[in-house]
Design a protein around this ligand. Sequence first.
Ligand code: BGC
Length: 728
Amino acid sequence: MKLKAISALCIALTTLSTVAQTHKKLPYLNPALSIERRVEDLLKRMTLGEKIAQLNLRPYYVSQDSSVRAAIRAGRIGALLKANGVALNLSLQREAIESSRLGIPLIFHEDVIHGYRTITPIPLAESCSWDRVLVGQSAALAAREAASAGIQLTYAPMVDISNDPRWGRIMETSGEDAFLCSQMAIARVKGFQGESGYTNETIMACVKHFAGYGALLAGRDYLGADFSLRDLQERYLPPFQAAIDAGAGSVMCSYLAYNGEPVTMSRFMNTDILRGQMGFTGLLMTDWCTLTHAVSMGAVADGRQSALRGMLSGMEMDMSSSQYITYLEELVREKKVSEKLIDKAVANALRVKFELGLFDDPYKYFDLAREQRTLLSAESRQIARQMAISSMVLLKNNARTLPLAKERSIALVGPFASAKGHLMGSWTMMGRAEEVESVSEGFQAIKKDVLVADCPISSIGEDQIKAILDVVSVSDVAVVCLGEDANLIGEAVSTAKIEIPAAQIKLLKAVRAKAKRVVVVLFNGRPLVLDQILANCDALLEAWYPGTMGGSAVAQLIMGESVPSGKLTQTFPRHSGQIPLAYNFRRTFSRVNHADLNHGPQFPFGYGLSYTDFEYGDPTVSADSLPIGQGVHVRIKIRNAGGYKAREVVQLYIRDEVATIIPREKELKAFEIIELEPGQEKEVLFDLDSESFAMFDSRIKRVIEPGIFKIMVGTNSADVKSVDFKYY
Ligand code: BGC
């Protein structure tokens, strides 16, 4: 009955008004015409003010509802962010379609970063699956939910690269490697946008933050960065290029500067590089208020100059700062900005709406019944659980502590044993804490009874420790769920310390003294210094912030219903003083470690254990040497020598032995996920094209230099077997 009423309401609301019916006859509303023809027709009918409004991306706040509606009716807003839900967005869209002069539909943007209502693991965690298919499915699920709630564009994927775990936004990255990050970007763009045209279940991707945001100093958000053209080309641009080649419809600029100039107004970045070099044809937008931030940064005197420089640089859509809507009309009248330039930007903004089909059916994303049945569906929860299982990384497993035998009694303790909201991490969108499966519920879901004792995250009282020890002392094994407060990760949250709070370490030590076996499960969003934890546990599972279905994912892995296969995508330091740390630094004549810490990382890039053992044979190449330009095949046999059917991420790295530009220690160039039964052996074939051996020369031109390359294949970046190959 309720559903019927809702459907009737939708039909009524989707009936176009008389104004809109009149518009229907116009060429820009004729779906039979090409998008270019329709854009051209519409542009001719728009006043300058209406055009500039299409570049005005404004946040929606309930408290400003009536002024937003008035601005929509007056044709002063082109896009909204932070408005979601069918009921609200449908009503806002009606204002645009029925009451604005030209009936140009609005587009609704949102930060759908790792799920909308069903929250999937944080992006850094998802990248640890290395699983392009699953990551694509996870993005598709986020798109389906967001689209059902009236969203058409997401500010994702974030493809920044960082070597600094202090940076709170490292949780939003796909790790430190440009190749892996590119693969994740492709999977996510295709997942969000679909691969065969937009439907009402897909949304447009906005790849961000263009470019070099991850280079920021000391991990302190917004502080600024200084990096070279080489860094830009080698590390920061490739994931953007991958996303663009995969069809990403829009790009967002970074908060920072390149070469001292805020990217939001850098013609070099926004036009020469993005359009010229990279061939991007979609819509470019600012990040939140970057046009006004440029004033605070001292790059321009005021908003008027900011709008001028932004526009002249090729920046098209203004998020939240209102500088374009305030100053552009005047700047055109004064002939400082040509209307032709405005038209070019507006055409891109309109094209997005045409491509999404909003002119043909501005209400296609608004169906209350669909929204209700899509959010948190059983299918979404299943994908989210699988994603969480595949994201978790087994870091230690002494004496095969894990998986736990079924008959063992378990004490499940610590601040994250029954936590819910914290399991979602940052950027939790419409995720609801009460809908998250806690670890204790996860054990119940797989029918395993556990004794549970909780405590707070950062100040744990003596009586709470005592209660925990009481359950620990009557159990065979203690599973201690520790982690970081989710409020200490994400945008604008950087930490100087990258450790688990002292109170939790104290708790762990107390448990260690009482328990027969200790398994630690970690919930966090950045690489952490783990020495104290490693010294006080038999096994350690990095669960990250696993999202809505994290609880059962943890339980399944601990009880051996699933086998861990995640591999780190960010190096774990032993001490924060080692930052920045990465597996792929350039070679040097002598790697001097710190005098007081004479070691490399705690865990290298690509590291992760399994319950089984994989034996790697020696890699072979299809030819020892080849003329430059030809591709080479690399083969390696891998055997599952243990007792569990399991997946392995087989990683291939290349090192250029001699190059005119100092080569990196090694660089990831390919990877494959295989699944092997116990005793099974498989040959993995890597088909490397010559581009895998290319580098940027001293003039930043892409070249392949002749010489020897070491091709390394292994289970992580530090444990590899190699073969030499020569280009002549
Ligand atoms: C962030 C972006 C985000 C935007 C909109 C900014 O502060 O840097 O990543 O998409 O806000 O919420």
